[in-house]
Design a protein around this ligand. Structure first.
Ligand code: DGL
Length: 261
């Protein structure tokens, strides 16, 4: 099989990485993709690093059996726990791309107030995020905001309505007194509740996620590894697998893939 005919593998602890996959499909429409979500064991963000590392390696094994030509860890939590080890093991064979909170574009908006980073408790407590924060906290006020419990709602398909809005108000309202410069979505599940987040925030607050940057990096890495980017005239195939093995979660995944941002 020519390398361009092999799929690109995507992984997340659940359905969150679909928010990155839908961006990849826009940028690389002729590629085939295979997605694995580990919803059975989600959320990862409240587990310890060793557990997340082990679960991530197991998931990657599944994707490797699908003969992938590049690997995207479309999960901030799994990236913080495992990306260094994954690269050590696999980057000789293929590009290994991770995702991290898009702090740089938030800083570049140069607005007054705090930059709020919504993410899982694990992402925010890991070294990777703390190094990133240190890079930008000299000239900006950065407020990490752990959001335990949010992934569980989104995994159930609850992306709008009172339950989500009450949760977001409880988290974001206390920060408004000091002014919110921007909100960074540091978990790939959160772009699916963007509308609810903007409802709770003041009108002009930018909400930023890392999916575009991650997909640009994927494209750059494919070129760097001399992997031919598909330009055949058919649209690529997308196969979604989930450890939950239920049609409901697969159906929800395809629905979110086709949903507008
Ligand atoms: N989508 C994952 C992330 O980007 C959610 C982690 C979880 O399962 O808690 O962090």
């Amino acid at each position: 099989m020519e390398s361009e005919d092999r799929p690109i593998g995507f992984f997340d602890s659940g359905i969150g990485g679909i928010s990155v996959l839908r961006e990849a499909v826009k940028v690389l429409p002729n590629e085939d993709f295979v997605y694995f979500g580990d919803s059975k064991r989600a959320p990862y963000g409240v587990r310890n690093v060793e557990q997340v590392k082990e679960l991530t390696f197991n998931a990657v094994e599944f994707l490797l059996k699908k003969n992938i030509k590049a690997l995207v860890i479309a999960c901030n939590t799994a990236t913080s726990a495992a990306i260094i080890d994954l690269r050590k093991r696999y980057s000789k064979y293929m590009p290994v791309i991770g995702i991290e909170p898009a702090l740089k574009p938030a800083v570049e908006f140069n607005r007054k107030g705090k930059i709020v980073i919504m993410a899982t408790p694990m992402t925010l407590s890991e070294k990777k995020f703390n190094n990133l924060m240190r890079k930008y906290d000299k000239n900006s006020i950065i407020k990490p905001l752990p959001c335990p419990g949010l992934v569980e709602l989104i995994e159930q398909g609850i992306i709008e309505g009172k339950k989500i809005e009450d949760y977001l108000k409880m988290k974001l309202d206390p920060l408004k007194d000091y002014g919110i410069a921007a909100v960074v979505l540091g978990c790939t599940h959160y772009p699916f509740i963007r509308k609810s987040i903007s409802k709770v925030l003041d009108d002009d607050v930018p909400i930023i996620d890392g999916s575009k940057g991650t997909v640009e990096q994927l494209k750059r890495q494919l070129i760097k590894y001399n992997i031919v980017i598909n330009n055949r005239d058919r649209v690529g195939n997308i196969k979604i697998f989930n450890s939950m093995n239920s049609q409901d979660i697969i159906g929800l995944s395809y629905k979110l893939l086709r949903a507008e941002n």
